[in-house]
Design a protein around this ligand. Structure first.
Ligand code: MG
Ligand code: MG
Length: 246
């Protein structure tokens, strides 16, 4: 669905709230902090900004952010887990303002992390920005995922297949899906007014995934590290605008 300038303005406001959740949770990340405490930080931002959570209650999800440490790819439930020096932690956040959604994620190190973990995070974020650069009217949907896959695989990593990005607007997850892989030049043409949440999930080892017994937490099948970066991005006349930035 194509969004009007007024709708995109509301999504920009939701995106600003998500960016503030990123900023405040990043500041709170340190050894000894529990993932439930990070969730509380996010709740406080939502309350203060008069925003609603799009995660809380989503298919029964019990928290306002997802916190996924180390080999966990996405959808981790905040709780008693305490961050340790050397962990990496993926934090996925969302907000609703006047019925319009924002959705964005980052992965951060806890204290000092291994060079291997540092590089994985850097390349995953670079793959997101390579994808964003493809978000111009006239390109094709698959150009986005192709850019992610090209950057991730050139670095020797693999891209998760089972979980993908999505259009976003008056719901968090709208059609079409936006995979992080595929050939270039396929699928619908990108148009001014498209708004997508692009979210590479990049694994140090193989692409395989497994869901834990809680029914939510997705981990790498081989137990190796995974990173996740996401922005909500609108396609405008002059190119992409990242909405989930301060
Ligand atoms: Mg997200
Ligand atoms: Mg998303």
């Amino acid at each position: 669905m194509l969004r009007t300038k007024d709708e995109i303005a509301k999504m920009r406001r939701a995106g600003r709230v998500v960016a503030e959740i990123h900023e405040k949770t990043r500041e709170a990340i340190r050894p000894g902090v529990s993932t439930a405490e990070l969730d509380q930080v996010a709740r406080e931002v939502l309350d203060r900004r008069g925003a609603k959570s799009n995660f809380l209650g989503y298919h029964g999800f019990p928290a306002t952010i997802c916190t996924s440490p180390n080999d966990m790819i996405v959808h981790g439930i905040p709780g008693s887990y305490r961050l340790k020096e050397g962990d990496i932690i993926s934090v996925d956040c969302g907000a609703i303002i006047e019925g319009y959604h924002g959705d964005a994620a980052y992965t951060a190190g806890v204290g000092e992390v291994s060079p291997e973990a540092e590089r994985l995070m850097k390349v995953t974020e670079e793959s997101l920005w390579a994808a964003i650069a493809q978000m111009r009217a006239g390109n094709r949907l698959s150009d986005i995922g192709h850019a992610v896959q090209t950057v991730a695989e050139a670095a020797g990593y693999s891209v998760v297949r089972e979980y993908v990005g999505h259009a976003i607007g008056t719901a968090m997850h709208e059609e079409p899906q936006v995979p992080n892989y595929g050939p270039p030049g396929k699928g619908p043409k990108l148009k001014v007014g498209h708004v997508f949440a692009v979210e590479p999930m990049v694994n140090l080892g193989g692409p395989g995934t497994r869901v834990l017994e809680d029914g939510w937490s997705v981990v790498t099948a081989d137990g190796q590290l995974s990173a996740h970066f996401e922005h909500s991005i609108a396609i405008l006349d002059d190119g992409p605008e990242v909405l989930t930035v301060p």
